[in-house]
Design a protein around this ligand. Structure first.
Ligand code: MTE
Ligand code: HPA
Ligand code: MOS
Length: 801
């Protein structure tokens, strides 16, 4: 027997299996110790190379106009200024449009929105660059043109970034006409700023032979590489884009890191010096877009149970000045209007209006939340019209079996756990008893009103642009048993690297501590997709598993031959190699043997999601590999004199399949919920109605939730489930779906306001339900019940309680 091989008596197999489990265990984020110590390196923490210059963007002071000239000489003469760059300095293609090519990096010919980057000042220090760039109004010669500032105005003019989109099943109008009840309604839904804690930033450093290295805070290094190469007229192999981590992205760095990467790279290329571009928060708000705001116009036919027999819906969004990702966002909105419900007859129409405002873009959920919001709004109103509990109406509409389990776009909702999940949450949150308690409490409380709501979530997982569903990885096993992993995904705090490391640990039987995941780098894994659509761990986890599996198979073949045992009996666990039931050896020893025998100890891996199909014209197919489900119950109290509301309690139950890491998944569920709640209750965007200036462009005027806004009682659980699809260890994506759990808060507020009118009047509550919006809705309800007939009905309702 080989010296390195020892005999052993096997320990308790269950205990051995548990300790060998690398996936499925709660584990701290791989960088948690660095995050808390301030030692995690972000782009701005990278030590600056000697000679580094700093860039600042000169922004258009008007929403629309003809760009006649930039007084470059005036800017050059400012203190510290080394160079001024405009569109004319771009040697290649001046475009960073992610899908459509309508987006100049620096404005050329026209300015299209207030805040558009027109020129860049490069200076010896950041303050000098910013001071000179702030002279934009003085140095820009622009002939103003009439701006189009609202989606409605653009819609009236037929001005869109992409042609209108339609998704139809059955005959909606015929079903509506034949239905016992009808609802016609219009409502609006606000946008949302990503508010990543680390702002946009890029640092470009010239390399030998005309190459460039760009450190960029981006969810999409390959797209940044493409934009920079294209802009400079270079091949992609000249441009290395690296991202170790982001301080949050939330979709805001999927496409819109491009202006910053582009300008930093252009300056570095032109000047042959390292250039950093770090806009401050206000400029970040002014330059970049955010979640698409929507306006809905719905026509609904329903029966006595509240079942939606026919629905026609117009979805109008403000795409902003360029297409960016808006067509895909609208596509996802249309694919999520069904949320958890079977809609037999439905006609949806999506319009992406082109306006002279920031270009709206990806934000957690990517249109899915907007589409699902609309149907949830309908459910709530239908329930009130029928005098039924909204949960009963929702449940009456849940997807069922057979043809009742097929989405409007033709995909069967496989693994549908919506009904049991909602029932479990209804029970554990004590929903029914609390609803009764709240009604009794409200009857005795004239000013403060409570409300409660249970809302469901179904979310489709995969990029809705098919070819993006692919990923690659490299796994390097060193001869000392340490392991380096690189994959195409990016880390933005969501724990992707932790999960991928767990997958590799599982595959190779390595302890987690042996694995290090390194910065995403376009010179390592190439042609990658954005880390988006919640697919990061699904795609990159599978690719890394594929790489690790190949290494394990090579080692297995080698060990079988070297140690004379059956390959089928070789197992890797606990940093050991088990050579059948009786023998084992430290993995390190086998690695050394394998190295000396010239066995390849590293591998690439690749994954492409199977079974997807999509016909973009018909808007039919199987766009999603599987669905994730969830539900939330929230209870609020509303002050009907001030409009303030407070979230008292939330219970979340969310389906992540077989969790790769329950600790990280719980964090994603809670974080997504709070972000969704912030969107629908407090985050409000206001543009000047005449100039098109974004007035809420800093934390002073734009409020996001804080820890204090989390409910005092906050119960979050993962639903006991697996994945019907062969996903990585049967887990499910978790990044975006929980954002929709925030619906429960908005609906609880609407329920509280509704109680002011004894649930007889639909509160015209806007989203976000800010204090002003709540007060307006309360006033409207009070006005509606102030007629004698309404008062009589309300009194009767109270007496009946
Ligand atoms: N979580 C943190 N902490 N920071 C983020 O920026 N982005 C969200 C989500 N969770 C985000 C996050 C968005 S928009 C997406 S698409 C997913 O994470 C992306 O990562 P994943 O696919 O690895 O889940
Ligand atoms: N999510 C995020 N980004 C995308 C998608 C998506 O579904 N499709 C294309 N880009
Ligand atoms: Mo997430 S909106 O897909 O980056």
């Amino acid at each position: 027997m080989n010296r390195a091989v020892e005999s052993f008596l096997s320990t308790d197999p269950a205990a051995a299996a548990a300790s060998a489990a690398r996936v499925g265990v709660p584990r701290a984020h791989e960088s948690a110790h660095l995050h808390v110590a301030g030692a995690a390196q972000y782009v701005d923490d990278i030590p600056e190379v000697a000679g580094t210059l700093h860039a600042a963007l000169g922004l258009s002071p008007v929403a629309h106009g003809t760009l006649n000239a930039v007084d470059v000489a005036a800017l050059r003469s400012q203190p510290g200024v080394v160079a001024v760059l405009t569109a004319a300095d771009i040697p290649g293609v001046n475009d960073c449009g992610a899908i459509h090519h309508d987006e100049p990096i620096l404005a050329a010919g026209q300015v299209m929105y207030l805040g558009q980057a027109v020129f860049a000042v490069i200076a010896t220090d950041r303050e000098s660059a910013r001071r000179a760039a702030a002279l934009a109004k003085k140095v820009l010669d622009i002939t103003p043109l009439a701006p189009v500032l609202t989606a409605r105005e653009a819609h009236a003019r037929g001005q869109y970034v992409v042609p209108p989109m339609h998704m139809v099943r059955g005959d909606a109008q015929a079903a509506i006409a034949a239905a016992p009840h009808r609802l016609r309604d219009t409502f609006t839904l606000g946008g949302q700023e990503q508010f990543y804690l680390e702002g946009q930033i890029s640092y470009a450093v010239p390399q030998e032979d005309g190459c460039l290295k760009v450190h960029c805070s981006t969810q999409h290094p390959s797209e940044m590489q493409h934009v920079v190469a294209h802009m400079l007229g270079k091949a992609k192999h000249h441009v290395q884009v690296e991202c170790r981590r982001m301080g949050g992205g939330f979709g805001g760095k999927e496409s819109q890191s491009a202006v910053f990467a582009g300008v930093a790279a252009l300056a570095a290329f032109k000047l042959g010096r390292p250039v950093k571009l770090r806009p401050d928060r206000d400029d970040d708000f002014m330059v970049t877009g955010r979640r698409h705001p929507f306006e809905f116009s719905v026509d609904v036919g329903f029966d006595d149970e509240g079942r939606l027999l026919g629905v026609e819906v117009d979805m109008l969004t403000n795409a902003g000045w360029s297409a960016d990702l808006s067509s895909a966002v609208m596509g996802r909105a249309l694919c999520h209007f069904d949320n958890a419900y079977w809609l037999p007859n439905v006609a949806m129409h999506g319009y992406c209006a082109r306006t002279n405002t920031q270009s709206n873009t990806a934000f957690r959920g990517f249109g899915g939340p907007q589409g699902a919001y609309a149907v949830e709004h309908i459910m709530d109103t239908v329930a009130r019209r029928l005098g039924r509990d909204p949960l009963a109406v929702r449940r009456a509409n849940f997807y069922g079996v057979g043809e009742h389990n097929v989405t409007p776009y033709g995909q069967t909702v496989e693994g549908n756990v919506m009904a049991p999940l909602a029932a479990e949450l209804e029970a554990t949150s004590n929903y029914q008893a609390r609803r009764a308690d709240i009604a009794a409490w409200n009857a005795t409380s004239p000013v403060l009103k409570r409300g409660i709501a249970l809302t469901p979530v179904k979310f489709g997982i995969s990029f809705n642009v098919q070819h993006l569903n692919q990923a690659g990885a490299l796994v390097h096993l060193y001869s000392d048993g340490s392991c380096l992993v690189n994959h195409g995904g990016t880390e933005m705090g969501q724990g992707l690297n932790t999960k991928v490391a767990q997958v590799v640990a599982q595959e190779l039987g390595l302890s987690f501590e042996r694995i290090r995941v390194t910065a995403t780098d376009t010179f390592k894994v190439v042609n990658t997709s954005a880390t988006a659509a919640s697919t990061g761990s699904d795609l990159n986890g599978k690719a890394a598993q594929d790489a690790a599996r190949q290494i394990r198979e090579r080692l297995t073949a080698f060990a079988a031959q070297k140690h004379g045992c059956d390959a089928a009996e070789i197992r890797f666990a606990n940093d050991q190699v088990h050579l059948g039931a009786e023998r084992r050896m430290p993995l390190d020893d086998l690695l050394l043997e394998a190295y000396l025998s010239r066995v390849q100890l590293w591998s690439d891996g690749f994954y492409a999601t199977p079974g997807l199909s999509w016909d973009p014209k018909a808007m039919k197919g199987r766009p999603f590999y599987y669905y994730a489900f969830g539900a939330a119950v929230s209870e609020v109290v509303v002050d009907t004199l001030t409009g303030e509301s407070k979230l008292l309690r939330t219970d979340l139950l969310h389906d992540v399949g077989k969790s790769l890491n329950p600790a990280i998944d719980l964090g994603q569920v809670e974080g997504g919920f709070v972000q969704g709640m912030g969107w629908l209750t407090m985050e409000e965007l206001i543009w000047h109605p005449k100039t098109g200036a974004l007035l809420t462009h800093a934390p002073s005027t734009y409020k996001i939730p804080t820890a204090n806004d989390a409910p005092a009682v906050f119960n979050t659980r993962l639903f006991d489930n697996s994945n019907v699809a062969d996903s990585i260890h049967r887990s499910k994506a978790v990044g975006e779906p929980p954002l929709l759990l925030g619906f429960s808060v908005w609906h609880a507020i609407r329920d509280a306001v509704s109680s002011v009118g004894q649930h007889r009047v639909d509160p015209p509550l806007r989203a976000p339900a800010t204090a002003e919006a709540v007060l307006d809705a309360v006033d409207a309800v009070r006005a509606a019940i102030a007629t004698p007939a309404a008062v009589a009905a309300a009194v009767e309702a109270v007496e009946a309680q």
